[in-house]
Every structure is written in structure tokens, then in C-alpha cells.
Design a protein around this ligand. Structure first.
Ligand SMILES: [Cu+2]
Length: 95
């Protein structure tokens, strides 16, 4: 019983670590255009590893409106993008 508990605990830790690494996968990009009305930002991004997407220029939504306030064309950013309700959304941002 004790051994089984230990194995389950180790598996839980391993899963948490893997999930954390996935969520923190930052992608580099340069802001091209910010649309405050539509709450969207156009970014020239490098490869997005967690989405298996090659480098390109495209439009994203942001999880929080405040993220757009600090963005200006030409800004070099690092961001985490995930699929939220089927839409590619920036969930973490570093400037
Ligand atoms: Cu893209």
C-alpha cells in the first residue's frame, strides 16, 4: 500500500511538471499593429512550438484587455499563446 501511494505521488508530480512546462512555453515576436477597438493584436511571431505553428505574421486575441495597453508597434515581446474556446489567445506576456 505504501509503495502504491509513493508511485501515485511521483506520477502526480511528473504530470504537474510536464503541464507547467507546456503552459510556460514562451514565443518571441514583434508587435506589428494593435487594434484596441477589436481587442486584437497583429504579431510577427517566431515558431510557436506548443501549437506546432511555423513563424508568420498573424492576429491574436489577449486573455486580458490590459495586455494590449502596453503594446506598441515595433515592441519586441515574449508571449504564451494557447487555444481558448477555439481562438488563439495570448495568456502570458513579457515585454
Ligand atoms: Cu501563426
Amino acid at each position: 500500500m505504501k509503495t502504491l501511494l509513493r508511485i501515485t505521488f511521483a506520477a502526480a508530480i511528473g504530470l504537474a511538471a510536464a503541464t507547467g512546462a507546456y503552459a510556460q512555453q514562451y514565443t518571441k515576436g514583434v508587435v506589428k499593429k494593435v487594434n484596441l477597438d477589436k481587442k486584437k493584436v497583429t504579431i510577427i511571431h517566431e515558431e510557436i512550438v506548443n501549437l506546432e505553428m511555423p513563424a508568420m505574421t498573424m492576429v491574436f486575441r489577449t486573455a486580458e484587455d490590459e495586455m494590449l495597453d502596453g503594446m506598441n508597434p515595433g515592441d519586441k515581446i515574449e508571449f504564451v499563446v494557447e487555444r481558448v474556446n477555439g481562438k488563439l489567445t495570448i495568456t502570458e506576456l513579457k515585454e
